[in-house]
Ligand binder design. Structure first.
Ligand code: PLP
Length: 348
């Protein structure tokens, strides 16, 4: 059975977290001279001289309205990358514990494992890009702390079968992290409503994709309050800066615009997929549930280099296992997609 205290690192259990000035006093006061801020202000029209809310409650309230998850079940990170890294630091003992990834997948699960000196076990996806449950099961031992599942997956662009994920959630006694960075582009339902059912579930989402705010760096983790408490214990005190908190709050009031962008990108994705497959060098355009296409073609590396000379940058995945001969192409604007197709037509 999953028990958080069984998988938490001993040093984190014992950790006395940093207590900031804003942790020790919140509320109204006439004079704030408790945090060694600059009392005179900032050299800007707008002042940023005060430290931001360490737990970003206003922003979490706004996210709660959009996601239907209470703020207490939310952690906000400086990008999903911080949400990923903190799980390693809180749950994985360097040199002893291990995690499982399902490659080909998003690279940061692996990089973050190496940074934290945590053993990485790989359960390669099946040929149809679905989870290999047998291999996953064979890799689990008493030191396996996290299974990373990316759905929709980068770079394969498909969603993982729901029953497979449920099987893992029901049978694995460590954390199951589902990275749903691309969920807004998918036909499949998020796992976000299942948090109460699975105490070992962590869902990652981000404002970097559908919300069009990659530059802000705002990642979200949704989980049980016990997992969120650990996140808050380990995180840097003011990990989400004031500007990000304000701008993200503003953006969360603009759902209609975001939904329109999602519709346009999905529409453009389907148009691009149809046109790409008509080109002679294209062998396959994989069905996509994300804002990018994985495209198999003849002479992928040469095509990549040719596109570069034409000022178009795509991602070369041609040497990635299971993606041999593939380029990963983000859906552009309508005119960018037309220009890409035009250049591909000219490739000899
Ligand atoms: C699956 C996946 N998760 C997370 C991220 C990064 O998210 P963030 O910008 O929130 O760090 C990416 C970026 O490409 C991604 O593909």
């Amino acid at each position: 059975m999953f028990k958080l205290e069984n998988i938490l690192r001993e040093n984190i259990k014992q950790l006395v977290p940093y207590s900031s000035a804003r942790d020790e006093f919140h509320g109204e006061a006439k004079i704030f001279i408790d945090a060694n801020e600059n009392s005179l202000g900032s050299p800007l029209q707008k002042s940023y001289n005060r430290y931001p809310d360490p737990l970003q409650w206003k922003l979490k309230e706004a996210i709660s309205k959009v996601k239907g998850v209470p703020p207490k079940n939310m952690f906000l990170g400086n990008g999903s990358d911080e949400c990923i890294d903190i799980l390693y630091r809180a749950f994985c003992n360097p040199g002893r514990d291990n995690v499982i990834i399902n490659p080909p997948t998003y690279g940061m699960y692996e990089v973050s494992a190496h940074i934290n000196d945590v053993e990485l076990r790989k359960a390669r996806l099946l040929e149809n890009f679905q989870l290999n449950l047998e291999t996953i099961e064979s890799l689990i031992d008493e030191h396996t702390k996290i299974i990373w599942i990316c759905s929709p997956n980068n770079p394969t662009s498909n969603s993982m079968n729901r029953e497979d994920i449920e099987m893992i959630l029901n049978n694995f006694d460590g954390l199951v992290v589902i990275d749903e960075a691309y969920i807004n582009f998918s036909k499949h339902r998020s796992f976000i409503q299942e948090l109460e059912e699975y105490p070992n579930l962590v869902i990652l989402q981000t404002l970097s994709k559908a919300w069009g705010l990659a530059g802000l760096r705002l990642g979200m983790a949704f989980a049980s309050t016990s997992v969120i408490d650990i996140y808050n214990k380990v995180k840097p005190p003011y990990n989400i800066n004031q500007a990000t908190q304000e701008i993200a709050l503003d953006a969360l009031g603009k759902m209609d615009e975001v939904n329109q962008m999602i519709r346009t990108l999905v529409e453009q994705r389907e148009i691009l997929a149809k046109r790409l497959i008509q080109l002679p060098m294209i062998k396959k355009v994989y069905p996509s549930e994300a804002n990018f296409l994985l495209v198999k073609m003849d002479r992928a590396r040469e095509v990549y280099e040719y596109l570069l000379t034409e000022g178009i940058v795509v991602r070369d995945r041609s040497r990635v296992e299971l993606c041999e001969g593939c380029l990963r192409i983000t859906v552009g604007t309508e005119s960018e997609n037309i220009e890409l197709l035009r250049q591909l037509q000219n490739f000899r």
